[in-house]
Design a protein around this ligand. Structure first.
Ligand SMILES: Nc1ncnc2c1ncn2[C@@H]1O[C@H](COP(=O)(O)OP(=O)(O)O)[C@@H](O)[C@H]1O
Ligand SMILES: [Mg+2]
Length: 269
């Protein structure tokens, strides 16, 4: 097998004149103790588009994604250097209120993790903690977010039932509804369908496509078909570097480097 180095990088630059950028990283490095997991990644994420992060297991996709809303802060011994630019602010800097920042940049994890509460309370929990008290406002929020997450029709007559009684796909869509209840700009999703069956996967994909009108979506996926189906841009991670970043159709049909071609065609990884 050929060895690929970071020198092979082929990163498409998005011209800010034509592409509104929601969030970007500049020379982002992530260290777990002495070990460097991300080696200086610079990527732009376009507003109202879906960007897929692909690459073999251990290539750093989750580490990179987690750093975008500072989830790595919670892991002892982790150090993140470089810039994460969001609305002219470097949100990787010390003086950022991480709690406030996460209202703008929400996250959905690999395994559905609804609270052991009712469907209604799952969605209203964070808004209530943030001072939303009016019942009508909360009811409306539950309805709109469940509609956006394509779950409303299935649960509207049982909003008081436990979230844990839902199927896996429904739970994941509830977690998406819960994330968007805070009205974020950006949604980060780490393999949100990997624990789901094909039908639930397809409903989650449809949900993400529908959400694209309102949110900038960044999704880690090991499923090549999924990346090809739903994303506008794809970044290919390899050993903590991004070797290629381009429109998804180019990455899949006209990859610039053999490492990408090998990966997307299933020859390694
Ligand atoms: N909490 C952690 N502590 C130490 N090393 C970690 C931790 N999480 C991930 N790593 C290491 O960082 C590298 C990238 O992992 P990860 O981001 O999980 O990759 P991916 O999501 O692409 O599978 C791997 O070598 C992994 O072992
Ligand atoms: Mg991962």
């Amino acid at each position: 097998m050929q060895n690929y180095s970071a020198d092979d990088k082929f990163i498409r630059e998005l011209d800010p004149k034509d592409h509104e950028i929601s969030i970007s990283t500049e020379d982002l490095h992530v260290f777990y103790g002495e070990s460097e997991a991300i080696h200086g990644v610079s990527l732009p994420f376009e507003r109202f588009k879906i960007t897929a992060l692909i690459g073999a297991s251990g290539s750093g996709k989750s580490t990179y994604l987690r750093s975008l809303n500072r989830m790595n802060d919670n892991i002892d011994g982790t150090r993140v250097t470089g810039k994460i630019m969001y609305r002219d602010l470097d949100i990787n800097s010390q003086n950022i209120n991480v709690y406030e920042m996460r209202k703008h940049i929400g996250m959905v994890f690999q395994r559905p993790n609804p609270f052991s509460k009712s469907i209604y309370d799952n969605i209203t929990f964070a808004p209530k903690r943030n001072g939303v008290r009016d019942k009508e406002t909360l009811d409306e929020l539950v309805e709109t977010t469940l509609k956006q997450a394509a779950l409303w029709d299935q649960v509207k007559d049982g909003l008081g039932q436990s979230a844990l009684s839902l199927s896996g796909g429904q739970q994941q869509r509830l977690c998406i509804a819960r994330a968007i209840a805070m009205k974020p700009d950006i949604l980060l999703l780490d393999e949100p369908a990997s624990a789901l069956d094909p039908i639930s996967t397809s409903t989650v994909e449809d949900t993400l496509l529908a959400l694209k009108d309102r949110y900038t979506i960044i999704i880690v996926t090991h499923n090549m078909q999924q990346a090809a189906r739903i994303s506008d841009y794809t970044a290919f991670f390899h050993l903590g570097n991004v070797l290629e970043f381009d429109e998804t159709s180019n990455v899949f049909q006209r990859p610039k480097i053999t490492a990408t071609e090998d990966y997307v065609s299933g020859r390694f990884g």
